[in-house]
Design a protein. Sequence first.
Length: 250
Amino acid sequence: MKIVIIGGTGLIGTKTGDRLRKQGHEVLAAAPSTGVNTITGEGLSGALTGAGVVIDLANSPSFEDKASMDFFQTSGRNLLAADKAAGVKHHVALSVVGTERLQEVGYFRAKLVQEQLIKASGIPYTIVHSTQFMEFLGGIAQSGTVGDTVHLPAAYVQPIASDDVADVMADVALAKPLNGMFEISGPERVRMNELVARYLQASGDPRKVVADPEARYFGAKLNDGSLVSDNNPRLGHVTFEQWFATSARK
């Protein structure tokens, strides 16, 4: 089967594509660098010709409110129109656990609009809501850094390794469409400030992490339920220690 991965040259796209190719499928990694652009439409029709499944991993290059909304609206509409024209049988999209709870932030409003476009398209679909990737821990630390101190919320997180995400995305691509959503999480629920402190310590980073009740997560005010799933999520297997030992320093 031909499977097109939008954003196929990124972290999750590359790993998902590798898994599907090993199972004998024809995988096209679609991205601007490979001549496929969901914003301009360049190369989209040709890329989707003959495709049975499309996996949408495209992400806005900006977290700014208007830019992210423009990206997900334009990309979503162009891609779904191309899906219909090509007769795609399953549209798979990756989104974020807590999207509907974090609507004060423009990026998450844009992700919700993306999901709504998919649901209204009439194309069989599956939406996967994932918790934050472990690979984001460095960026989370940087977002809260002031001098030598990292100010972060003490809300719970349950990050998942990109290898576990790729396993799920490959499985979903080969399964029947749910015409619905399910959630995936890492194996360990821990407070954000504590996990980032572990990450920095393991990295030999001298910055001190402070639990700050006023700290925001990329503009969002968090509570203990904002970024975790209690909706019977599918759990990954890779622990923080396993991920750090094998992936964090690559």
